[in-house]
Write a protein that binds this ligand. Structure first.
Ligand SMILES: Nc1nc2c(ncn2[C@@H]2O[C@H](COP(=O)(O)OP(=O)(O)OP(=O)(O)O)[C@@H](O)[C@H]2O)c(=O)[nH]1
Ligand SMILES: [Zn+2]
Length: 218
């Protein structure tokens, strides 16, 4: 997409939605991203590392990188909790777990990706949410610069608050590029974070039950 087309879609959100039946209206859309400033900064970096930003292979690179950042940080200005607004009344009051939700986020220290999977479980209190919405929350929260701990807690907080869940368990497992491709260079290292809320935090047997389900088949 051209830079001008991208900023147009930002400003004309509703028109954009109506334009094509294939547009996913739940997809996080970049808001307020200054593509031209990113382009200028990328040109500067290329120059600073001793490259020639005007050589043929690099001519379009600043614009590509700007679009990439807009996409990777598309969750910044959104309230990811909006995906949990529509709920269904159900008597079901046992664990709901969606495992292996893939995500790609950005480490805020190096601006390199960390990628992995999130597992989300909650104990409903009379209302359940569409399963895909849990994955949409992860997708949107992931698209920000952050640390994995904060991402895990943000997802848990949203589910606890919006669904008034009696318990929430979020476990994320990710590989951090900043640890594998640079610096200490440890390919294969995995970071696991968990956030427990309500019953899963207070009651050890409930926590063991949910962790057993999350780890089953792992
Ligand atoms: N806790 C936490 N640390 C992270 C995350 N992503 C990256 N880091 C770490 O952030 C730290 C930044 O450390 P600094 O010493 O400031 O930066 P650095 O000199 O580039 O560190 P090295 O990666 O050890 O070369 C590193 O230890 C990274 O591994 C994350 O999601 N959570
Ligand atoms: Zn990092």
């Amino acid at each position: 997409m051209e830079a001008s087309a991208l900023s147009k879609s930002n400003n004309q959100d509703d028109n954009h939605r109506g334009a094509s039946p294939y547009v996913d209206r739940n997809e996080p859309r970049p808001q307020g991203v200054d593509l031209k400033r990113i382009e200028a900064a990328v040109r500067e970096i290329l120059d600073a590392v001793g490259e020639d930003p005007d050589r043929e292979g690099l001519l379009e690179t600043p614009a590509r990188v700007a679009r990439m950042y807009a996409e990777m940080f598309a969750g910044l200005k959104h309230d990811a909790g909006r995906h949990l607004a529509k709920v269904f009344t159900e008597k079901y009051d046992e664990i709901v777990l969606v495992r292996d939700i893939s995500f790609c986020s950005m480490c805020e220290h190096h601006l390199l990706p960390f990628t992995g999977t999130a597992h989300i479980a909650y104990l409903p209190s009379g209302k359940v949410v569409g399963l895909s919405k849990l994955a949409r929350v992860v997708e949107e929260v992931a698209r920000r610069p952050q640390v994995q701990e904060r991402m895990t807690e943000t997802v848990a907080d949203l589910i606890e608050q919006r669904l008034e869940a009696r318990g929430v368990a979020v476990v994320c497992e990710a590989t951090h590029s900043c640890m594998t491709m640079r610096g200490v260079r440890k390919p294969g290292s995995l970071c696991i974070t968990s956030s427990m809320r309500g019953v899963f935090r207070d009651d050890s047997s409930s926590r063991a039950e949910v962790l057993g389900l999350i780890n089953r088949g792992a």
